[in-house]
Design a protein. Structure first.
Length: 451
C-alpha cells in the first residue's frame, strides 16, 4: 500500500467485516480519525477534540490495533494527537443574531433533502424499525403486513414510511403507492361525502398496492373515518396488499379506536422507535451537515447533541439553521451560533440554554466593569477577578468545552481557562463572601432566563 491513508481505508473495512463495529460507530468515531503516519511501531492519528480522543481510546483501541495488525502484518500502538481547529470567527451579539434570524427561513429553503433509507441514521433506538421497513420495501405484502411503527413525535417515523414509499416507487414503478396522513384521509372523506364523490374516494384508497397512513391516532373518536378505514384495510389486506401505519402509541394504548382495528394492527409486526442515544445524535448531526455541505466542529456537534436529546426533527432543524446562520454571518459554526439556534428551537417544556453573552453581562454589572473589559487583556485586579468568575460561571452553567470557553473570552488558551476555573473553585472553599457572590450570580442568571 502506498500510504497510511490507504492502510486506514482497509482498517475501516476490516472493522465492519469482523462485525465488532457498527456503521454508526465507524462513521462517527473511527472515520473521524485523520491518519498521520506510521512512526516505528506507532500508528499516529489526529482528531479535533479531547472528547473524540477519549471515546476512541476507551471504546475502539483494541479493534483498531487488531485491524492494523491484520492489514500491516505487525503490531502497532495507537497514538492520537488533538489538533484543534484555529480560527477567529466573528462573534455575533444577541441583537445581531436576532436580526439575522429574521432572514433564516428564506435562506435555508434550499436545505432540503430526500427522505430515503440512505439519509436515515441507524442506532440502537431504531434499528429494528429500520430493518422492518427495509424488508417491507423489498417484499411488499409478504411477511410484515400490516407494519405498525410507533413512537413519540420527531423520532423518524415519517422519514421511514416515506423512505418505504420512495424505495417502492423506484423499484416498482407500476405499483400504486398511496401515502397520506390520517388528517388528509379524513379531510378527503368529508369532501367525498359532501360532494357525492365517495366512489372516487374508494377508488383511490381501495386499489392501492401499498397504503401508508401516518399518525393513525388522529382517527380517535371519529367513527365514520374508522369505519371507512376498516373496510379499506380489510379489502387491501385480504388481497395481500401492503399496509404501513404509524402512531405515537402502540395499538393496545389506542383505546379510542375500535377494537376491530386495534386487533388487526396487532396481527402484523409492531416496531417501536425511541429517543436516540448520544452517539446516534452525533451521527445525525454530522450526516445532516454533510448533506447540506456544512462542516460543524466536533465541539459544536457535541454541544448540540447534549442539549437536543429527544427529537430528531429538532436536530435536523438546528443543523439547517446553523447552515443558514453560517451563510449570513460569513463565519464558521461556533458554540455561540449553536446556542442561538437551540434557543429558537427548544419548546417551552425544555430549558432555553443561557448564552455566554448573558453571563458576561451579568458578571460585568456585579463587578462594575464592561463586558469588553472582561474579554480584554486588561489585568487590573477588579477586571481580572471578574474575568475569572465569568469563566467559572460559564463553565458551571453551560458545561461548554474549555477550548470553546477560551474562544469566547478573546481567544485564551486551554491552560488559562483551567487556571481560572480552578482558582475560583479553590476560592469558593476558603472565601464565604466569594461563595455567596457566585451562588447569587448563578441563581440570578438562571432566574432571569426563566422569566
Amino acid at each position: 500500500m502506498n500510504s497510511f491513508s490507504e492502510v486506514f481505508e482497509s482498517v475501516k473495512a476490516y472493522c465492519i467485516e469482523v462485525g465488532k463495529v457498527n456503521e454508526v460507530a465507524l462513521k462517527t468515531w473511527i472515520a473521524s480519525l485523520e491518519p498521520v503516519e506510521i512512526d516505528g511501531k506507532n500508528a499516529v492519528f489526529k482528531v479535533q477534540s479531547e472528547f473524540q480522543k477519549t471515546i476512541v481510546i476507551t471504546n475502539y483501541d483494541d479493534i483498531l490495533k487488531e485491524a492494523l495488525k491484520a492489514v500491516l502484518g505487525f503490531e502497532v500502538d495507537i497514538v492520537i494527537n488533538v489538533v484543534s481547529i484555529t480560527s477567529n470567527p466573528k462573534v455575533l451579539t444577541d441583537d445581531e443574531l436576532e436580526e439575522k434570524h429574521a432572514e433564516l427561513e428564506k435562506s435555508y429553503e434550499f436545505a432540503e433533502y430526500d427522505y430515503t433509507f440512505d439519509t436515515f441514521i441507524e442506532g440502537r433506538s431504531n434499528e429494528f424499525a429500520l430493518a422492518a421497513c427495509k424488508a417491507v420495501a423489498k417484499n411488499c405484502g409478504a411477511d410484515y403486513n400490516p407494519l405498525f411503527i410507533y413512537g413519540p413525535s420527531g423520532l423518524g417515523k415519517t422519514h421511514l414510511i416515506t423512505a418505504i414509499a420512495n424505495e417502492v416507487r423506484k423499484n416498482r414503478p407500476s405499483y400504486n403507492v398511496v401515502y397520506v396522513t390520517s388528517e388528509v384521509f379524513g379531510s378527503e372523506l368529508i369532501s367525498a361525502i359532501n360532494n357525492k364523490g365517495i366512489s372516487d374516494f374508494h377508488e383511490k384508497y381501495r386499489n392501492a398496492d401499498l397504503l401508508l397512513i401516518d399518525d393513525i391516532q388522529f382517527f380517535a373518536n371519529k367513527e365514520r373515518m374508522q369505519e371507512e378505514f376498516f373496510h379499506t384495510f380489510y379489502k387491501l389486506h385480504s388481497e395481500g396488499k401492503q399496509i404501513v401505519i404509524t402512531s405515537d402509541k402502540p395499538p393496545k394504548e389506542l383505546v379510542t379506536l375500535e377494537e376491530r382495528l386495534r386487533t388487526r394492527f396487532e396481527g402484523g409486526l409492531i416496531a417501536d422507535i425511541s429517543a436516540p442515544d448520544f452517539e446516534t445524535r452525533i451521527a445525525i448531526i454530522k450526516r445532516k451537515a454533510e448533506l447540506l455541505d456544512l462542516t460543524i466542529p466536533s465541539e459544536v456537534a457535541e454541544f448540540m447533541a447534549n442539549r437536543l436529546k429527544s427529537n430528531i426533527r429538532q436536530l435536523e432543524g438546528a443543523v439547517k439553521k446553523l447552515k443558514a446562520l453560517k451563510h449570513l454571518a460569513g463565519s464558521p459554526p461556533s458554540i455561540s451560533m449553536a446556542q442561538s439556534v437551540i434557543r429558537d428551537i427548544l419548546t417551552d417544556d425544555q430549558p432555553i440554554p443561557i448564552t455566554v453573552e448573558k453571563i458576561i453581562s451579568e458578571v460585568s454589572t456585579v463587578y462594575g466593569v464592561s463586558p469588553d473589559d472582561i474579554r480584554s487583556n486588561k489585568r487590573s485586579s477588579q477586571i481580572s477577578n471578574a474575568r475569572k468568575v465569568a469563566i467559572y460561571v460559564v463553565r458551571e452553567i453551560t458545561q461548554m468545552p474549555l477550548a470553546s470557553i477560551g474562544t469566547e473570552f478573546g481567544g485564551r488558551d486551554h491552560s488559562t481557562i483551567v487556571y481560572a476555573v480552578n482558582n475560583v473553585a479553590n476560592g469558593l472553599k476558603k472565601d464565604a463572601n466569594l461563595n455567596t457572590l457566585v451562588s447569587d450570580l448563578i441563581k440570578n442568571i438562571k432566574d432571569k432566563n426563566k422569566a
